[in-house]
Ligand binder design. Structure first.
Ligand code: ADP
Ligand code: ZN
Ligand code: ZN
Length: 734
């Protein structure tokens, strides 16, 4: 196509990084063909940046005639589909945050930095025409003969040959290199091979029980609908997902499954892979940038039909997406806790609505938001009442710690139980939501405790490295040998964390493997897999850990769950603390009594009569949730009212407080808005910064947005000596 000076000037609106209210306009040069969803490099001030094209249009009278030109169009075809573009725009509007990071959220790191959208894989191997027809026996070397025969049979079967595939069959580079020299084989860059979903099975689907069948038949095959699928661990939710997925795949649609941050283990993947022949990719933070890039491109091009991912996977472009599943929908890891504080479950629902497709939310302990939506008739509510394999619920009992002798936080009674279960050849799971050795370092003479110099928090003693560590800012120091207040040397760790529990258990049960699960012992998916594998070995074992243990893993051999301490959440000022604690209790209890063994759950507490525990002890999460919902309704808290949290921090407490006071004044002038605060944050000082929060509440979501919008426009997030941010639908009030 030739361009003459008569061609009208064309403009692309491009979202670039920076505090701009909307996209910037750039001139399209002859030969450039940007379309919405493409990345471009464009000049911005004195830099070149990667921008996202959101619109292409003819120049209008209002456009400046000194517009800068696009430097480079990076993609021939849109990388982001229209629904993802719309979703990102909605995210930016809803969370009142710049559009650019919302778009970038959709990309893996390599694409964000402007790298070409190409597979980063080993090259593929392709037989030449002579390679396809040569009789392998004509070759001299035995290895070359075998390599050629294998390549021919794979090619006949329609397989794409890669070095990795051959390696898996015991043939490596030294075997086939000679074939390339003889021009029987050539290499070419890895290519994306879009494939249609089939829903073909590797493994028979199970016959559904009546509850499962009801859930599956209620979920529409097409059209927007949200189904809340409630059922304890082991009640067969995953089987319902699998069959709903099968239906979608058979109709040529692709499926996106979201799982919590730590939930995406090779075990989970294997379960989906064992069922379907369709291509599956995983997207999670434990992958290298290269792996993520490749997986993303496979999803984007339609090579994969099943995409299994954590939070940010919700923005992956997927052609013909037909179903979204959000497993463990109550899980806090769906909410991003910094910068753009979005909630992946809420994005899933918005995206399903955009695409007019169904979405399933599964949980043993649904969030109060989802329960409320179900009660209001906005969601379908399906309950799986029984464990799929017919086990009974675990018995739950409390141990009154006021009446117990204890050592390292474990009561005599619990210890006795642990011994019984181990002697029976079973496994025991001990839950303690505190990592480290001891939550503080304490002077027996005067009561002094070691505090973080930068935070309003105690330092945790980590015995393994003999360090005091701040879990809020990362500060480390050596434990004091002498009390800074009274000079005594009678200093000791106080309280117990997972590290101490592990140590104590090892002395009590020297012959039993102790497998610890917390952030210090499990840093990534590989560690987790390793620990999970150890837990699968035969024979007695003790698993001890934090909430990492509560996340949907199947521990077939556990017959006793001991909850060492959960009291902290009872008196927290965070109104969400009790919801989270109740969910944790139910989730942790759900780890026992799988397989064909009945389970037992024991809770140590200093407050056995606290009304909070009553429904939970009966293992009645719905009754517990009803109780909390009634409280929330009385106080206008979510899901009955809408909430935003403004947080500020500064080295100077007055500055942090002053900023929020000013904002509170403006918010109060708006109709239908209530504010609480500013108050010092629950953790009032962190990493040397003083922190304040201001809660903003309204009975109408739109009012909340209208009131907050001008603040976002008028106050830069980073200012001299003070910064602030906005959290819409906060789930953590720390
Ligand atoms: P959840 O996802 O609720 O934890 P799963 O779907 O993993 O439950 O089911 C728990 C166990 O029960 C699995 O081993 C699964 O294979 C089995 N199961 C699920 N549904 C059925 C069924 N309808 N018939 C027989 N076994 C089932
Ligand atoms: Zn002292
Ligand atoms: Zn600190």
């Amino acid at each position: 196509m030739t361009t003459t000076s008569k061609d009208p000037l064309r403009i692309a609106d491009i979202t670039v990084p920076g505090p701009f209210a909307g996209p910037l306009s750039y001139r399209i040069e002859p030969g450039q063909m940007p379309v919405p969803g493409c990345r471009c490099t464009v000049p911005l001030r004195s830099r070149q940046v990667v921008g996202m094209v959101t619109a292409v249009r003819p120049a209008q009278p209002g456009d400046s005639n000194t517009l800068k030109s696009i430097t480079d169009v990076l993609d021939d075809a849109p990388l982001l589909s229209p629904d993802v573009l719309q979703l990102a725009q909605w995210v930016s509007r809803y969370y009142l945050y710049d559009a650019y990071p919302a778009y970038m959220l959709a990309f893996p790191a390599a694409l964000r930095s402007g790298e070409p959208a190409e597979l980063n894989d080993e090259p593929q191997l392709e037989l030449t025409v002579s390679g396809e027809h040569l009789d392998p026996d004509k070759l001299k070397g035995r290895r070359q003969r075998e390599a050629l025969a294998l390549l021919q049979s794979l090619t006949k079967a329609g397989q794409v040959c890669t070095p990795a595939l051959l390696r898996g069959k015991g043939v490596d580079r030294t075997h086939w290199k000679g074939l390339i020299d003889k021009r029987l084989l050539k290499q070419r860059p890895a290519q994306l091979l879009p494939a249609s979903p089939t829903g073909a099975l590797r493994q028979q689907a199970l016959a559904l029980n009546p509850d499962q069948a009801a859930a599956l038949s209620t979920l529409p095959v097409e059209g927007f609908a949200v189904q809340l699928l409630e059922g304890v661990t082991g009640s067969g939710k995953t089987e319902v997902y699998l069959q709903a997925m099968q239906r979608a795949l058979e109709r040529g649609k692709r499926v996106l499954v979201l799982v919590p941050e730590i939930g995406l283990t090779p075990q989970t993947l294997a379960r989906f892979q064992q069922r379907f022949q369709d291509n599956l990719v995983a997207l999670h933070s434990g992958m290298t940038d290269k792996q993520r890039n490749n997986a993303w491109l496979r999803a984007q091009a339609g090579e994969a039909s099943i995409i299994l991912g954590t939070r940010s996977a919700i923005l992956t472009p997927i052609p013909d997406l037909g179903l979204i599943v959000v497993d463990e929908e109550h899980d806090a890891s769906y909410k991003q806790q910094d910068t753009l504080r979005y909630h992946a479950r809420d994005l899933a629902i918005y995206r399903a609505r955009l695409l007019n497709i169904p979405v399933m939310l599964g949980s043993a302990t649904p969030s109060l938001e989802s329960l409320h939506n179900a009660q209001q008739g906005r969601y379908q509510h399906q309950q799986l009442q029984q464990r799929a394999q017919g086990q009974t619920r675990a018995r739950l009992e409390t141990i009154d710690m006021r009446k117990q002798r204890q050592e390292h936080g474990v009561s005599e009674r619990l210890l006795h139980r642990v011994r019984q279960h181990l002697e029976g050849g079973n496994q025991v799971l001990l839950f303690l939501n505190r990592r480290g050795y001891a939550p503080s370092w304490f002077c027996r003479q005067c009561g002094w405790m070691s505090d973080c110099p930068f935070c309003d928090a105690r330092l945790t003693y980590h015995r393994g490295r003999h360090q005091m560590l701040c879990h809020h800012c990362g500060h480390q120091e050596r434990p004091q040998q002498q009390c800074p207040d009274c000079g005594s040397t009678d200093l000791t760790p106080l309280g117990a964390g997972t590290e101490r529990a592990e140590e104590a258990l090892a002395t009590w049960f020297p012959d039993t493997p102790i497998i610890r699960f917390d952030r210090d012992s499990v840093a990534n998916a590989r560690d987790l897999e390793q620990q999970l594998n150890r837990a699968q070995a035969d024979g007695p074992a003790i698993l001890v850990g934090t909430q990492m243990l509560a996340k949907g893993h199947h521990f077939e051999r556990v017959t006793l769950v001991g909850i060492i301490d959960m009291d902290a959440g009872l008196f927290s000022a965070d109104f969400r603390a009790r919801e989270r604690m109740g969910q944790l209790l139910v989730q942790v209890s759900g780890r026992s009594g799988r397989g064909d063994l009945a389970g037992e759950v024991v809770l140590q507490t200093f407050h056995p009569d606290h009304p909070f525990f009553t429904p939970l002890l009966e293992q009645d999460y719905p009754a517990f949730a009803t109780q909390l919902l009634a409280e929330r309704q009385r106080s206008g808290l979510p899901p009955f009212g809408y909430l935003a949290c403004l947080r500020s921090d500064s080295a100077y407490p007055q500055r942090a407080e002053q900023l929020l006071k000013e904002m509170a004044g403006r918010l109060l002038a708006e109709p239908g808005i209530r504010v609480f605060g500013p108050l010092p944050a629950l953790l009032s000082r962190r990493a040397g910064k003083h922190r304040f929060t201001l809660l903003v509440q309204s009975d109408q979501r739109s009012r909340l947005h209208t009131a907050l919008q001008p603040l976002v426009a008028d106050y830069p997030r980073q200012q001299r000596h003070v910064s602030w941010h906005l959290d819409i639908d906060p789930i953590d009030l720390m």
